[in-house]
Design a protein around this ligand. Structure first.
Ligand code: GLN
Length: 391
């Protein structure tokens, strides 16, 4: 065999650290605050809709770009909420989760050598996504405590090779919600350089303190240069269902659908039917979702701060990025491994969210999409650990 260990492309990235931490957590009987998935049940209504779809024999392939009822529900809800017209037939493509939606969008829009701008810290998939789509990633740093970017640094990252910019708001791992002004700044640059905005808005409904989500596509002049990515995973606590979608300009939809078709054919048909039903949930569902997470956020912040983690208070998504100043840490990965092995709490090392690992060396991300009992068990375990803090 010429390449028993894999392609050059595959050599350029490592295993997902997030998924690795979940494995280590299982191995050590840890409380898993690493990989962001709820440990509480999905809503009864979406589960009932899925049973019903299987009973009704919605068990064969859906249309490759997504069953009409789900695409129509996605379009209808987006337009109702944000006043942006969306045509289900021309613009919506259902994928196997937003993970596939992102890689499909990049494969469909980027040519080898094109540059893609990524804000760091970034959700770790975006790095390998850029490599797999033969793009050259250019990183722009979001700086704590507010995770703002320097507009000049962003402007300097654009050039005539730039094809796309990836935005994730509310943001994983920082909890930042990009302000309308920041979105405007990015939008003006996209228009100036003729660049596509690919926006991962999977935490759209998980947002706190009265902050409002503004989709990039709603910014003036962005309708024909934005791909909006979302999914059922976080909104309906079904991360294992793998049902997501893109809302794209009609001119790009054909390319997205072709790539999607040959990658996966389609997402699970009965779960698409259940998704269509779930998207008809009343506003109270979304309000309760956000309120429940806001309460858990406050609980985890209180726990972590009591155990001397410096916390960056998230305005959205369900993660708390922390700094380890109190613990004399120089290697976040080693610290995370010790924490799961000896304390029994799993979190994600900060460096896995940075291209420049040094920027994350004293950081750790915890998630709070967990039952109170889970967060309280982490509290008890961390109590053992607090004594090791040096200040
Ligand atoms: N989005 C979640 C996280 O960042 C889960 C990612 C995944 O494993 N697909 O932890």
């Amino acid at each position: 065999m010429r390449r028993p260990s894999g392609s050059k492309k595959a050599e350029r990235f490592t295993e997902s650290v997030i998924r690795e931490m979940t494995r280590l957590s299982h191995e050590h009987g840890g409380v898993n605050l690493s990989q962001g998935f709820p440990d509480f049940p999905a809503p009864d209504a979406i589960k009932a809709a899925a049973y019903e779809a299987i009973q009704d024999d919605i068990n064969q392939y859906a249309v490759t770009w997504g069953a009409a009822p789900l695409r129509e529900a996605v379009a209808r809800e987006f337009t109702r909420r944000y006043g942006v017209p969306v045509d289900a037939d021309e613009q919506v493509t259902v994928c196997c989760g937003s993970t596939e939606a992102m890689i499909t969008t990049l494969l469909a829009s980027v040519d080898p050598g094109d540059e893609v701008i990524v804000f760091e810290p970034f959700y770790e998939n975006y790095g390998p996504d850029a490599i797999l789509s033969d793009a050259v990633p250019r990183y722009v740093t979001l700086r704590e405590p507010d995770w703002t970017f320097d507009p000049d640094e962003l402007a300097a990252a654009f050039n005539d090779k730039t094809r796309a910019v990836i935005i994730n708001s509310p943001n994983n791992p920082t909890g930042k919600v990009f302000t309308p002004d920041e979105l405007e700044t990015i939008a003006r640059l996209c228009q100036h350089w003729d660049v596509l905005a690919v926006t991962d808005e999977i935490y759209e409904h998980i947002i706190y303190d009265g902050v409002r989500h503004v989709p990039m596509v709603a910014i003036d002049g962005m309708a024909d240069r934005t791909v909006t990515i979302n999914s059922l995973s976080k909104t309906f606590s079904v991360t294992g269902w793998r049902v997501g979608w893109t809302i794209a300009p009609a001119a790009l939809t054909g390319a997205i659908r072709k790539v999607h078709d040959f990658l996966t054919v389609g997402a699970a048909a009965p779960l698409q039917a259940a998704g269509a039903a779930a998207l008809g949930s009343p506003e109270s569902y979304y309000r309760d979702l956000a309120a429940g997470y806001e309460r858990r956020r406050n609980l985890l912040l209180e726990i972590l701060e009591r155990h001397q983690f410096v916390c960056y208070r998230p305005s959205g998504a369900y993660y708390v990025m922390t700094d380890l100043a109190a613990f004399d840490v120089t290697d976040d990965v080693e610290f995370a491994r010790t924490l799961v092995r000896e304390v029994g709490v799993a979190a994600v090392p900060g460096s896995s969210f940075y291209r420049n690992a040094d920027l994350g060396r004293t950081k750790l991300r915890f998630c709070f999409c967990k039952q109170d009992a889970t967060l309280q068990e982490a509290d008890r375990r961390l109590a053992k650990f607090g004594v090791q803090a040096t200040s």
